[in-house]
Design a protein around this ligand. Structure first.
Ligand SMILES: C[S@@+](CC[C@H](N)C(=O)[O-])C[C@H]1O[C@@H](n2cnc3c(N)ncnc32)[C@H](O)[C@@H]1O
Length: 264
């Protein structure tokens, strides 16, 4: 009886707060709330944090406070990376790239997965200015929430030291448009693009296109984010002129581009 009364009181409080546009939810350890377009069955989903390999690599990357991505988006990268094992390797192994490294959080996650799921002797090629956005790349009409030097609170040296224990990681400092030549002769199996703005995103998509093996994928971060309209524009332009890609907009905000044939 007391329990019933307490539940009713709680419901009344929640309803009253809602009339004031305040959303209140019963607290549950380790949970936060998602939009209701997930449907009522969302509670049946597996907890991806408990998956042995993914959970450990993701938890480490998140605990180090260097990654801007959380479990949801890291899980997309994890799945795309697992698929790499099914692709034919190049003579020098699997090549994986990340453009937009910042403090090295997602690169660390990818490097530890490469090690754990045995994608060796491949290399992870990591590109960033390590000084934040370049003024040359900002299109003020598109990249409205971004400005020069944003993400500048990092350095090449600190990321080099952070990723130092992985001997398959190569770092390239500078605008991707100016450093990419160093990998121009390689074939890639998986690419993570996380630059937030139009110019380097558009450039990187076109750069990796001819260098991505068939069946390989490019995960584009921030595609569905209201704060990154330049990313959406770059992907849409790319997809409209490259019909040999599946483009999947995920509810994580990422877009995954899967190359289905060499050309159409
Ligand atoms: C959102 S951060 C990347 C976050 C990172 N992936 C993580 O969560 O660990 C975006 C990064 O893109 C980089 N960036 C922007 N334009 C670039 C360009 N033209 N060449 C290389 N890096 C660029 C910025 O310097 C910044 O570090």
């Amino acid at each position: 009886m007391i329990k019933f009364v307490l539940v009713r009181i709680r419901q009344c409080i929640i309803r009253a707060l809602r009339t004031l546009s305040i959303a209140a939810f019963p607290e549950r350890a380790n949970y936060h709330y998602v939009p209701d377009y997930y449907g009522h069955t969302a509670y049946k989903h597996i907890d991806i944090r408990t998956l042995p390999v993914f959970g450990k690599c993701a938890s480490n990357a998140i605990a180090n406070k260097r990654a801007l991505l959380y479990y949801d988006r890291l899980y997309t990268i994890y799945q795309a990376l697992l698929h790499v094992r099914n692709l034919p390797a190049s003579p020098n192994g699997f090549n994986i790239a990340e453009v937009g490294v910042y403090k090295g959080g997602t690169s660390h996650f990818i490097a530890s997965l490469i090690e754990t799921v045995d994608l060796k002797p491949g290399s992870l090629h990591c590109f960033d200015t390590f000084e934040g956005h370049s003024g040359k790349d900002i299109r003020t009409e598109l990249d409205t929430t971004h400005e020069a030097k944003m993400f500048g609170d990092t350095s090449f040296e600190s990321v080099r030291d952070y990723l130092g224990r992985f001997n398959n990681v190569k770092l390239y400092q500078g605008r991707f448009q100016e450093t990419c030549d160093q990998v121009a002769l390689r074939k890639f199996h998986f690419v993570h693009l996380d630059v937030d703005i139009y110019e380097p995103m558009s450039f990187a998509l076109n750069f990796f296109d001819s260098r991505l093996v068939v069946g390989g994928s490019i995960v584009v971060d921030d595609y569905g984010f209201l704060t990154c309209p330049g990313v959406k524009r770059a992907v849409e332009e790319f997809v409209s002129s490259h019909l040999n890609y599946y483009s999947l907009h995920l509810i994580t905000g990422q877009n995954i581009l899967i190359k289905t044939s060499q050309e159409v």
